[in-house]
Design a protein around this ligand. Sequence first.
Ligand code: NAD
Length: 335
Amino acid sequence: MAATRVTVIPGDGIGPDIMSATIRVLDALDCGLTYDYAIAGQTALDKGEDLVPQETLDLIEKNPVALKGPITTPVGKGFRSVNVTLRKHFDLFANLRPALSIPGVRSRYDNVDIVTIRENIEGIYSGEGQTVSDDGERAELRSVITRKESKRLMRFAYEAARRLNRRKVTVVHKANIMKSTSGLFLDVARSIAKEYDDIEHEEMIVDNCAMQLVMNPHRFDVIVTTNLFGDILSDLCAGLTGGLGLAPGANVGEHKGIFEAVHGSAPDIAGQNIANPTALMLGAAMMLEYLERNEDAERMRKAIRFVVGEGKVTTPDLGGKASTSEFTDEVIRNL
Ligand code: NAD
């Protein structure tokens, strides 16, 4: 198979540690990937560049996929999130976040297997209409949902459910209160669901969904929802299966994918070589699948799940004593 170029953005905080660990595993797989390294976020600001330099945008544009480490979003005025910027710029309208239990990992439940599909470019996270009055007494943020984007997302969700042999799609909303935005989203969901009568369609209000996920996660299969709800619920799902250190995510558009870990830059443990690289490694496995290198993806995933599940060489977040590098060595030994 011809070589595929991947744009690699290590990010900041624990990003560089978990990215070099992930690249070591990809190299050990010897699946013919080559890399273009790029910067964004604080790393770019430190070099006197824009938050997302043009060169980075060009590299992401050039290659079919990118692998991205976590990036700190400076809190305060004037900084747009790098993630939001990239998702919008490259029209990555869907965010796939699988939460799959790993046998052996201590967690609240066994056998959780939920895929959250989150709308990625609209809603309250779009950053539109953010203002604070001059006296600092009133803040505003606009949420826009369109029929066009909701349709595209819903089709993507139902097609993904079919491809992944899933039985049910739960549409999560708050249409009882947010009658305009969530109401439109739900309306579109109902009409698209009719085209997929082989898949059960379910509707659930977001607060109830949060409770049901904690009480009985096994009743869920695929969850599809708007941006903010999806962000929160997918972290909840990650927590159900053993924590943020294990949860990957894929930002997908019509022609491009940016793959990452769900978690952030974890400044509290940065630079200590103890971060768990599993989430980003599983994100890289999703990237291999997207590139139709299914065998490599499966080899990588199997080795990671074996080492994590066995529990002998794991990082402190999973109760182990291993460093990021020792864990990575063990994954490579088990490929
Ligand atoms: P976080 O996900 O960085 O950390 C939350 C907790 O989980 C911390 O205690 C951290 O140590 C732990 N943790 C996270 N990943 C871990 C890993 N791989 N191994 C072991 N422990 C891990 O969330 P936060 O502290 O709220 O956010 C920090 C920064 O990251 C913020 O600036 C936020 O905006 C940014 N962020 C970026 C992304 C992204 O780039 N995709 C996602 C979420 C947050």
